[in-house]
Design a protein. Sequence first.
Length: 154
Amino acid sequence: MPSKTTGLHRTRFVSISAGQNHLLALTSSGRTFTHPINKNANTHGQLGLRKFDIPAPSSITSPRLAVELVPRAVADPFAKASPFSRVSLSSTSPAAASSNLDGVDDQNIRFSDSLFEIPSLTGVKVSQIATGGRSSFAMTDSGRVLGWGANEFG
């Protein structure tokens, strides 16, 4: 597995789980990281964060581009409650991606070049991870299972 040296401490990635548009990575010390594969990486909140950065296209002078991928439930919380009186969101484009992503090609493997630690799991020692198409799961070292993302059926 790839490893990263952080100061005097050596961290190894011991598990990687890929969903349809995102992946999770677990280190030997129990830290959990996420990676957006494309612009749909957070349609249901499965990424575990909304803001991150990606390499900027060559047309932008800054080396990094700030991105915010807002889950559909946050961008339009009443979409399912009143579908007849609302304009539906396009199924081909992410619900509420940053407007600065319009010219970014997310079909390229270089869309995102980084792993990002999931902020809500900082300090929580995780022993196992799993991803679904629209969900993410983590089991803590005490056996507690945490899940986030799609939750249409509870």
